[in-house]
Design a protein around this ligand. Structure first.
Ligand code: NCD
Length: 301
């Protein structure tokens, strides 16, 4: 029996374990897809909306020869009140070899992993982590920069609610990147500096963008603001990435965004569609990275 494992978070993975996912993703991208998981069944259990993450896990699973089934909270028995663990047990009894799960509660994938015998892959849990996104972000950065060590990587926007930031901070700090988090106090509490070693907090995008190698922009997660009123005009004036602000970064800096992006809010179209933007490439790379995750978690690579 191949050794299977779950991918729940990056915080507790070593740099070597992370590097092995990235190496495998490079192999997935350079060769013709092999049906390494022929006949396996992959359940994609989504309690929150998703386009990129869901479709790229689905394509990745199919390229490896699996059968996939998507379970959305609104069209399944979840709407009838079935619990997360009971839904997981049902999917396991139906023969799922692996469950990819996105859930609004932090820790939901861990609950499934404790109660089931199949590997669980976290596709985003509440405000906790989004490991596959951070792996594809690192993969994309490394296609343009020699190493993560010493890179100045600036993340701007709704840091507080972003599981993408949390996973990225854990990953990048293990490789010696300098991380700058930038946003207003209501979206970026001071304690964010203690997330990992080498993290700095800045309230000014001009300061944060200066000499950056990578600028990662984030959506304001309206669905998680919980009554907080944000002055949109002031947010745009202080935190939107414009062509002028991008000029403060290194001349070979790259612009990233995990999506979904709101043009005219956190980013101007001229930047999103500009030569330094890697936003579409991130999406493209997501398929290879998720192939690597599935193959590795199911113990075939
Ligand atoms: C993000 C998410 O769902 O965490 N998107 C993604 O998966 N690429 C970020 C967001 O929703 O803003």
């Amino acid at each position: 029996m191949p050794r299977t494992r779950s991918l729940l978070e990056l915080e507790h993975l070593s740099a070597d374990e992370i590097s092995s996912f990235l190496k495998l993703a490079r192999r997935m991208q350079s060769g013709k897809p092999q049906p390494l998981l022929r006949g396996k069944r992959i359940a994609l259990l989504f309690y929150e909306p998703s386009t990129r993450t869901r479709v790229s896990f689905e394509f990745a699973a199919k390229l490896l020869g699996t059968h996939t089934s998507i379970i959305n909270a609104v069209s399944s028995s979840i709407e009838k009140g079935e619990s997360l663990v009971d839904t997981g047990k049902t999917l396991q009894a139906l023969g799922s070899d692996c469950i990819v799960v996105r859930h609004p509660s932090s820790g939901a994938p861990h609950v499934l992993a404790r109660n089931l015998n199949v590997p669980i892959i976290n596709a985003g849990d509440g405000m906790h982590e989004h490991p596959s996104q951070a792996l594809l972000d690192a993969y994309t950065i490394l296609r343009h920069k020699r190493s993560l060590k010493g890179l100045r990587i600036t993340m701007v926007g709704d840091i507080q609610h972003s599981r993408v930031v949390r996973s990225n901070v854990h990953l990048l700090s293990k490789f010696g990147a300098q991380i700058v988090l930038c946003g207003p106090p209501e979206l970026l509490p001071d304690y964010a500096a203690s997330l990992a070693p080498g993290v700095k907090v800045s309230r000014h995008i001009d300061e944060a963008a200066r000499k950056a190698d990578v600028i990662m922009m984030l959506r304001v997660q309206k669905e998680r603001l919980a009554g907080l009123k944000l002055d949109v005009n002031s947010y745009i004036a202080h935190y939107q990435l414009t062509p002028e602000r991008l000029k403060l970064a290194k001349s070979d800096a790259i612009v990233m965004h995990p999506g979904p992006m709101v043009r005219g809010m956190e980013i101007q179209s001229e930047v999103a569609d500009g030569a330094q933007s890697m936003i579409e490439e991130q999406v493209h790379n997501g398929v290879f990275v998720r192939m690597a995750i599935l193959a590795s978690c199911l113990g075939v690579a």
